[in-house]
Design a protein around this ligand. Structure first.
Ligand SMILES: Cc1ncc(COP(=O)(O)O)c(C=O)c1O
Length: 483
């Protein structure tokens, strides 16, 4: 075969000068999404955006020059995205990203290690295992604590519930992975608070238990699971012949950022001999802060914990993990395959496919580890504390602003509020107006049936002055939509 085939130019090579040029060109095209000056998003209307993207030919017969493709992406795609680092981009748990992670992303893509088997990712497997051991230890797990990287908090929660279901079946002497659900599974229930993430319901649906198997426990006005209400639910289950499959605590609810009483939950899980899962997608990084870590006490007693690196650890998507007390928890997932995970490998050649719901999988652990090593625990802890302080500042400001009312005093990185005298429809119009004109990407939600607006502070560089500006803008827009 000819060595100068035209496609050779498209593969990554060691032409570093070429790569460097491309990197600079790429960064120039995303400048609009990195700069926090103008607006958190362009004001292009959905239909215009649809048309602009539609005009891009997906696969031209002869290909287009990379410089042109990068340029088009710059002017059409990146210029019309959202700017996660902008102080007015406050709707979601959507962070600006850390430089060490971003540059490591290039190495991840260029080298393409696949995490399913040791023969595709020898050193990468060691890195992921090393990172998981560190994370388990940081959460307070024993020496056998370990885990696996997943694509997100949803995937980690589904995996956690999958392991919980296997453990419940094991207690009956059934291998659910082999024989499927036993008849007793009709009695299995997952308990979580009424503020838990919807992925717990989705997990129940996917696992053949059905969403009705999720029993929601009421929360205190602050938004944490009410332990008395949990005790009542557990007693009622016992009375009805139903069995708790798992107790799920949330460490950092999606809207209010509240942490459930994890110690109390751990106690109940132990008393009932059930799986204890903690969804710490939001507040897991509190372990990095000497001030905030104590709020997670009890998490070390969990059987599984969800950690989302692509939230308050400032990683690019995707980067999440499920941490477990011991590798045995993954037993259910292991299916031997002649081509991949044969079971006859040399000592130490671990095939991570035996821990994951995925087969081929990215080496996302690399960017996480590069970031943790570069930024360091102290800086990361201070960054988490700063985001929490920003939410407190916003809470105090809203509490003294006439025309706005706090739904709950912020304890995490969110601040949820409404506007007395204004309807849910007014709040919808405020949020939609600000999004459409590109002035603010504001959160909107509902807490216990009460419509509300929401700030989520993911950028520790945001200033108090910027928050003053957000509140002023909302007051102005409320007047505008009411007229
Ligand atoms: C508490 C909680 N758990 C899980 C998730 C899902 O995470 P992901 O979007 O990474 O799937 C979220 C998302 O916001 C969340 O807030």
């Amino acid at each position: 075969m000819s060595t100068d085939a035209p496609w050779q130019q498209f593969f990554v090579s060691t032409d570093l000068a070429g790569l460097e040029q491309l990197n600079v060109a790429t960064l120039q095209t995303v400048e609009s999404l990195l700069s926090t000056g103008d607006a958190p998003r362009s004001s292009l209307l959905p239909a215009d955006l649809h048309a602009a993207v539609g005009r891009l030919e997906v696969c031209p017969e002869d290909g287009a020059a990379l410089a042109q493709v990068l340029d088009e992406f710059g002017s059409i795609v990146w210029a019309n995205g959202v700017v996660p680092g902008d102080p007015r981009c406050v709707a979601h748990l959507h962070p600006p990203t850390l430089l060490p992670a971003v540059v490591t992303e290039l190495a991840i893509a260029a080298t393409n290690q696949s995490m399913d088997s040791w023969d595709q990712a020898p050193a990468a497997t060691e890195v992921e295992l090393h990172l998981m051991s560190w994370l388990a230890a940081a959460l307070g797990f024993g020496p056998d604590g370990t885990g696996v990287m997943t694509s997100g908090g949803t995937a980690s929660n589904v995996l956690g519930m999958t392991l919980a279901r296997a453990a419940a079946a094991n207690r009956l002497g059934v291998d659910v992975g082999k024989s499927g659900l036993p008849p007793e599974s009709r009695t299995w229930r997952i308990l979580c608070s009424d503020q838990a993430h919807f992925s717990i319901q989705r997990a129940a649906a996917q696992l053949g238990l059905g969403r009705d198997a999720v029993v929601t426990v009421s929360t205190t006005p602050a938004g944490a699971m009410d332990l008395d209400a949990l005790d009542e639910k557990l007693a009622a289950l016992g009375h009805d012949g139903l069995v708790p499959l798992a107790i799920v605590g949330t460490a950092g609810t999606t809207d209010l950022g509240v942490i459930d009483p994890l110690e109390g939950l751990a106690e109940r899980a132990e008393q009932h001999g059930t799986w204890f899962h903690v969804d710490a997608a939001v507040a897991g990084s509190f372990i990095l802060s000497t001030k905030l870590a104590a709020r997670l006490t009890g998490i070390e007693r969990a059987n599984s914990v969800t950690i989302d690196f692509h939230k308050l650890w400032w990683q690019p998507f995707n980067a999440s993990a499920l941490v477990v007390a011991s590798e045995d928890a993954f037993d259910l997932l292991r299916v031997r395959s002649a081509y991949l995970d044969r079971g006859d490998e040399l000592e130490g050649m671990v095939n991570l496919v035996g821990r994951s719901l995925d087969t081929s999988r990215r080496f996302d652990a690399a960017k996480v580890m590069a970031s943790l090593r570069t930024v360091g625990r102290k800086n990361l802890g201070a960054m988490v504390e700063r985001c929490v302080a920003l939410a407190s500042y916003a809470g105090e400001l809203i509490a003294r602003t006439s025309g706005l009312d706090l739904v709950a005093v912020p304890t995490g990185v969110m601040c949820v509020f409404d506007a007395p005298g204004h309807s849910a429809e007014d709040l919808r119009r405020v949020q939609q107006h600000l999004l459409a004109c590109g002035e603010m990407v504001l959160g909107r939600t509902e807490i216990h049936g009460r419509a509300a607006l929401k700030f989520t502070f993911m950028n520790p560089s945001t200033t108090e002055v910027a928050i003053d500006g957000l509140v002023e803008k909302i007051l102005e827009t409320l007047v505008l939509v009411a007229n």
